[in-house]
Design a protein around this ligand. Structure first.
Ligand code: AMP
Length: 167
């Protein structure tokens, strides 16, 4: 099974969840621990390019993955974001939902998270991406953890294979 993310081919080792129309990807440059992406399996750029079925699946899986990362990363809240188009900050032209576990005082100013989501922060007029890409090994390790937590968490194996949201 191969996974497209815009122009990229994603190794299966970095994917922690697959449903009929979406998949879950660990992040190359997480803005906070547990920052993951739910990606449409069909490689389309804009949210409005998705069919009704794809929207349903993306958001149902978004709920499922939200519960997962909130629990695993011991968070209290979540930031959910879609940067829909280049002018909105989208850097990978393929629909994806960002899911970021949030904790009390994780940023001095709560809304600084939105600066962190920019793939290229501009500091004094200069592009300055401070976050270092993670190694393939580190990403695979996190995907393995999330995969196993997702498996243990669902008592109904069918929810894992058919992509319906578990409770
Ligand atoms: P956006 O700027 O909204 O398009 O978000 C792109 C996201 O994809 C950012 O969070 C990046 O860190 C992440 N990203 C870019 N390349 C990869 C990759 N090869 N594997 C996983 N995540 C990636």
């Amino acid at each position: 099974m191969s996974f497209r993310f815009g122009p990229l081919i994603i190794p299966q080792s970095q994917v922690f969840m697959v449903s009929r129309l979406s998949y879950g990807l660990v992040n190359l440059k997480p803005a906070v621990p547990g920052h993951v992406l739910v990606v449409s399996r069909r490689p389309v750029t804009r949210f409005n390019d998705l069919s009704a079925d794809e929207v349903t699946d993306l958001f149902q899986q978004g709920q499922r993955v939200s519960r997962l990362v909130e629990r695993v990363y011991k968070a209290d809240s979540l930031t959910l974001v879609i940067q829909d188009g280049k002018e909105a900050g989208q850097s990978v032209p393929h629909v994806h939902l960002h899911i970021l576990p949030r904790r009390k005082a994780d940023f001095a100013n709560n809304d600084d998270i939105y600066d962190e989501l920019g793939s290229r922060k501009r500091v004094r007029g200069v592009d300055n991406d401070e976050r270092v890409p993670r190694s393939a090994e580190e990403m695979a390790e996190e995907a393995e953890l999330l995969r196993s937590e997702l498996g243990e968490w669902s008592s109904d194996a069918s929810t894992l294979s058919d992509g319906r949201a578990s409770t």
